[in-house]
Design a protein around this ligand. Structure first.
Ligand code: SF4
Ligand code: SF4
Ligand code: FES
Length: 335
């Protein structure tokens, strides 16, 4: 083809507007859930199919902006013909599935998961887990008195293969001192249910920073920075996306932590206002949580197409500039 053809004699304009290629109709699947026949897209999960029927399936490690990791097993349902219960959050629907979401076996399994969590983890700032525990009649107290908390750094030093089985006189727990090593957020792993959400958000699902991962094995498994270094020495860039997805309050804004410590945190006095982050052209949606005319934390709605609830350090923590100083110091005039 000569240069003349390309640059000086363009082909005639098409006689019709170009159309995108035709998309095939998405395949659908017929299945039965709790005796109700339902037809859903073939790439849906059981969780989505249940949702389309208005069935409220409990989830802890699942979040719509993260890849399912299937670790909490609270969402399990009974599938006819399957040996084990299946996780609704990640199992894709198949033709002819016959699913029961509220059978005695399902209820017992969910109850036991909640009891194991409730006996070993502090769920005091996890309202969703508390509501599930009430729904399924979980009774963590039947595992006995909680074991004494671990000392500073004790759990972090445990190595695989060095675990000693407890003597059964008390319920083993993950209770330990809160990690406060920076001005922006705290890590209270006595409240961690090991849902992996923070690891996912720090990794390929959002931030691609990989500052945290799961260390240890079995009951000693815990979320850790590389080599258990303090956050300021780690790869953390303080986007706070881990806080945004944490379902238990194990990861918490320092501002919220300080207000709670002073007994001043009161969600009934808080308002939430959506606005646009002014710091750069991405234009993320910020939800400002305001108490007593002060911004106390910033989140972002999950259903925003651009960032799916994730932010960077400026949007997440830059609110402190609105108050012209250090929010922690302001929140605690004595301290
Ligand atoms: S810190 Fe929070 S988000 Fe991370 S694993 Fe624990 S409970 Fe899940
Ligand atoms: S949160 Fe960060 S990426 Fe989003 S608009 Fe603000 S500065 Fe830009
Ligand atoms: S929500 Fe399905 S395994 Fe956790």
């Amino acid at each position: 083809m000569s240069t003349d053809t390309v640059w000086f004699r363009p082909p005639p304009r098409p006689s019709h507007t170009p159309q995108p290629p035709e998309q095939p109709e998405p395949a659908s699947v017929d299945l039965t859930i709790d005796g109700q026949a339902v037809r859903v897209p073939a790439d849906w999960t059981i969780l989505q199919a249940c949702g389309s029927l208005g069935i409220d399936t409990p989830t802890l490690c699942y979040l719509e902006n993260l890849t399912p990791v299937n670790v909490c097993r609270i969402c399990v349902v009974e599938l006819a013909g399957a040996r084990t219960l299946v996780p609704a959050c990640s199992r894709v629907v198949e033709p002819g599935m016959d699913i029961r979401t509220d059978s005695p076996r399902v209820r017992l399994s969910r109850k036991m998961v909640l009891e194991f969590l409730g006996s070993s983890v502090d769920l005091s700032t996890a309202p969703q887990a508390q509501a599930y525990a009430a729904r399924y009649g979980a009774c963590p107290e039947r595992y006995g008195q909680p074991h004494a908390p671990s000392g500073p750094g004790e759990r972090d030093a445990r190595e695989p293969g060095h675990h000693h089985a407890p003597d059964g006189s008390a319920a083993e727990t993950v209770a330990q001192p809160v990690k406060v090593d920076n001005d922006l957020y705290i890590r209270d792993y006595g409240k961690c249910i090991l849902c992996y959400k923070c690891v996912e958000a720090c990794g390929t699902d959002a931030q691609n920073t990989f500052a945290i991962a799961v260390a240890g094995r079995g009951f000693d498994a815990r979320i850790s920075t590389e080599g258990n270094v303090p956050l300021p020495d780690s790869a953390c860039v303080y986007c706070g996306n881990c806080i945004g997805v944490c379902p238990t309050g194990a990861l918490m804004f320092r501002s919220e932590f300080e207000l709670r410590k002073q007994g001043q945190w009161d969600e009934s006095r808080q308002t939430r206002t959506d606005t646009i982050c002014p710091y750069c052209g991405v234009g993320c949606t910020l939800s400002l949580h305001v108490q007593d005319n002060r911004i106390v934390k910033v989140t972002s709605p999950l259903d925003v197409e651009v960032t799916h609830g994730h932010l960077c350090i400026k949007g997440r923590f830059g609110f402190e500039f609105v108050h012209g100083g250090d929010l922690k110091a302001d929140a605690n005039p004595e301290g």
